[in-house]
Design a protein around this ligand. Structure first.
Ligand SMILES: [Zn+2]
Ligand SMILES: [Zn+2]
Length: 363
């Protein structure tokens, strides 16, 4: 989460290229000088307007190609706002998409859901205040909810205009206790991710909406697929990284930023002043030996030297198919499973020292 912000400072707007400076290269789309690059500066450089066009096009075409909002399909979509630069970018794309002329208008009716995962009450209040100021950027329904809401059996009133400012905060102590009863740092981190997804699925379903949109970038998805592999979720890699992930029976996950890198998003945000829409909604994973933080820095380092790392990891991930023919879905992550829980979810659930703290559906 904070990675994107830190990355901004390291972004160089002039790509370094081996054998010659970038200034004598031409934009691949027009005769202007190429000063900006995407993932691989050796391949293509762009002038500023063409770069912005290229980034917007990647977003629009990933949605268009899937024909997600064809006639007759409900356009209502839960947009997940996690406060990252990528999430700010997603808000920006949706706002400009909705403001476009009839022919180019984005066929989407958004409702934004922001999940706060911080565990300190004062910090939670500060995040809520911050999100309240960000809300006005995109005029639609916004729901701020705390991760701890996943522990409550009654999600019904979350989607209505409940008087509660941030539902779930009443379960905060239970969530803290649950996390501290988990033995390993990797297990805790994995539990947080899976509970958050489970909460978002439940909220979306409760609202009667069939699509939710994330701001996962190529960087995020490549890191996720490698840590999934290390955590025994290899079979789920292609679903985890698909532009449209239909493993849940009622809610499809859409990832329109899959072909965009953090670097492209960072440059775009800087020019469009979208960074003011960022907020840190959760605590960083402790740097101690969690598989997730190790794979994160591994991918970041590889990508710095080998510019095709992200695309290679993602294209490999998309080819991994599960061998199971079981039609049962894991009750936690909704992947194909031979049992009530898949092996990987069974593993994290077994790490919980105090199972009675889990949501009743997972006990
Ligand atoms: Zn150009
Ligand atoms: Zn599972």
């Amino acid at each position: 989460m904070s990675v994107g912000v830190v990355e901004m400072d390291r972004l160089s707007l002039t790509p370094k290229t081996e054998g010659g400076t970038a200034t004598n290269r031409r934009c691949v789309k027009c005769p202007e000088a190429g000063i900006l690059s995407g993932l691989d500066p050796k391949k293509a450089v762009y002038c500023r307007p063409c770069f912005m066009q290229m980034v917007m096009h990647k977003f629009r075409s990933s949605i268009g190609r899937q024909r997600l909002f064809k006639d007759g399909e409900s356009r209502k979509t839960v947009v997940i706002f996690d406060g990252t630069p990528a999430a700010a970018f997603l808000l920006g794309m949706i706002r400009s998409g909705l403001a476009a002329d009839a022919h180019h208008r984005l066929q989407l009716d958004p409702v934004v859901v922001a999940v706060v995962t911080k565990l300190d009450r004062q910090e939670i209040d500060a995040v809520i205040k911050r999100i309240d100021t960000i809300k006005s950027y995109l005029q639609c329904d916004w729901h701020i909810v705390h991760l701890a809401a996943v522990l409550s059996d009654n999600l019904q009133d979350l989607s209505s205009s409940s008087s509660e400012i941030c539902p779930g905060v009443d379960q905060l102590d239970r969530l803290i206790e649950l996390f501290s009863s988990i033995r390993s740092e990797s297990g805790r981190s994995e539990m947080k991710v899976r509970l958050r997804t489970a909460l978002l699925y439940r909220m979306t379903e409760t609202m009667g909406v069939s699509k939710m949109m994330t701001s996962d970038t190529a960087d995020r998805l490549a890191k996720l697929s490698l840590s999934s592999l290390a955590l025994g979720r290899g079979a789920q890699m292609s679903e985890d990284t698909a532009v449209v992930d239909k493993r849940h029976p009622k809610v499809a996950v859409i990832r329109p930023l899959k072909e965009l890198s953090d670097k492209e998003v960072g440059i775009f945000n800087r020019f469009e002043q979208l960074d003011e829409l960022t907020v840190i909604v959760g605590d960083p994973d402790r740097a101690s030996p969690a598989v997730q933080t190790i794979t994160d820095s591994f991918v970041t380092h590889l990508q710095a030297g080998f510019h095709s790392t992200l695309t290679t990891v993602l294209s490999s991930a998309s080819k991994v198919k599960t061998a199971t023919t079981s039609r049962i879905r894991c009750a936690f992550c909704f992947s194909s499973s031979d049992d009530r829980f898949c092996l990987a979810c069974r593993g994290i659930l077994d790490e919980v020292g105090e199972p009675s703290l889990l949501p009743s559906s997972l006990q």
